[in-house]
Design a binder for this molecule. Structure first.
Ligand code: GLP
Length: 230
């Protein structure tokens, strides 16, 4: 595991874009896994401002809420369209359909697509409780794309984005740990004190189901970018 310590989230975002650029210019980036959350906002801002050309790249997103459409400002589809895809064309973009009538079938469809398009890079944020994508504590390392009931901790953190008259979904669709671990390279970003506990667990070097981020210890090509000095 390689760790890059930066001074700020902005500098971290620049570093991430640089790593993506390296692979893109080397011709080794065909499929890019993307993440959402506030951590990734400056990353997409910098990608949009850059001269990077993603027209030969297929994108896959990690996760999506169940029950809110792509037109809802808190859906991850909306986030991606507005922060990146509307400005930077990709060859194809994929995100789980949280409005699918049959969610189990939707998960199988998504996982099949992932198998057909192996991820070259997967960008990852970390939840305060150590989740990656929406793989909450207790998730099996064998998991593939699945339906998940969000934990109290995640609901408490993510509800800040929903206004009082909006009900936050408590169910989501997410790539599994195994789906994520298939990526050739993982770029993990964690900025700010709220991520300290999760990063400490990762750097402690012991895999624990209670801290899904520690599963990444078993991956051969992980870059962690953080502003925390641990
Ligand atoms: C959400 C997403 C995760 C993301 C995490 C961190 O729960 N499902 O994929 O990594 O939040 O979010 P933030 O970057 O806002 O701290």
């Amino acid at each position: 595991m390689q760790t890059i310590v930066v001074e700020s989230k902005e500098q971290g975002a620049e570093k991430i874009v640089e790593l993506v650029r390296e692979e893109l210019e080397a011709g080794s980036l065909n499929v890019l896994g993307l993440a959402t959350g506030s951590t990734m906002e400056p990353v997409y801002e910098k990608m949009v401002a850059s001269d990077l050309d993603f027209t030969s790249v297929t994108a896959f997103n990690l996760d999506e809420y169940v029950g809110i459409p792509a037109t809802h400002k808190n859906s991850y589809a909306y986030y991606m369209n507005h922060l990146l895809f509307n400005e930077k064309p990709f060859k194809e973009t994929h995100i789980e359909n949280g409005m699918a009538e049959n969610l189990e079938e939707e998960c199988v469809r998504y996982e099949t697509l992932l198998k057909e398009n192996p991820l070259d890079i997967q960008l990852l944020g970390i939840g305060e409780n150590g989740h990656i994508a929406f793989n909450e504590p207790g998730t099996s390392p064998e998991s593939v794309t699945h339906v998940v009931e969000l934990t109290e901790s995640t609901i408490a953190v993510n509800s800040q984005y929903f206004t009082e008259d909006e009900t936050m979904p408590v169910t989501a669709l997410t790539m599994g740990i195994s789906s994520i671990m298939q990526a050739k390279k993982l770029i993990v970003a964690a900025f700010g004190e709220k991520k300290r506990a999760a990063l400490e667990k990762l750097f402690a070097g012991e895999v624990s189901t209670e801290w899904p981020v520690t599963y990444l210890l078993d991956h051969p090509n992980v870059v962690v970018i953080t502003d925390l000095k641990l």
